[in-house]
Design a protein around this ligand. Sequence first.
Ligand code: NJP
Length: 230
Amino acid sequence: MKIKTAIVTGASSGIGEAIARKLAAENIQVVLVARSEDKLTALADELNAESGAKAIAIPTDVSNQEEVENMVKKAEEAFGTIDMYVNNAGLMLDAAVTKGALNQWEQMIDVNIKGILYGLHQVIPNMIEQKYGHIINISSVSGHEVTKVSTVYSATKFAVRAISMGLEKELAHTGVKVTNVSPGMVDTRLIDGYKPNRKPLDASDIAEAIYYAISQPNHVNMNEITIRPV
Ligand code: NJP
């Protein structure tokens, strides 16, 4: 089976935008999800003009369960079944516990953890029923390691990896695959203000790795990908 339709969250910039571009270039229909309607619409227009695949924009705050539910319903109305769900929307804010930025911790927990669970809750039942689908969860190398400034962000990304690990076991024998992706530094607005000690990856590097994972034969489930710059 081949992926025909994908929902990509956080598609208005950075890694999500690169994933949407790659999938559309490979003739996969894409549902573009984020809060910035203008950016999503401009990207959908561009992809519809340039690629053979159809793209639609559905502005959504992934930390709002009702909005996620409505978004998936609209996506299914537009494209029928959803084969792939890319949980990419995420925030990296002030994360040291000693800095006490409670509001920013709440936002990271709501978007990076709850946002992922709301999407999974919405698409997995249909994927199980159709015996086919691919979940991509974007964690981080911060989901493997913790620094003194990454505590809360890392906690959310460890949680993403835990969700991927549990889900892979829950979905064994269903035909639905799960891939957890842990990027190192990638050149997006997320790292504005950081001084990388290596040249960051391009967002397209992550998109290529994801396309490799979804291009494997049906019996192969590529569960974990970690990508760092050289
Ligand atoms: O960042 P950025 P990246 N509801 O800021 C969206 C992980 N990662 O591409 O809503 C819906 O360009 C936001 O859209 P908008 C990282 O943790 C990165 O680098 O319009 N969408 C935008 O499209 C994250 O999980 C690096 O503002 C919401 C997107 O999320 C993923 O990669 C390293 C939203 C963020 O795009 C993509 O981040 C690493 C909401 N409530 C992991 N809130 C790295 N760049 O170095 C935000 O290890 N968005």
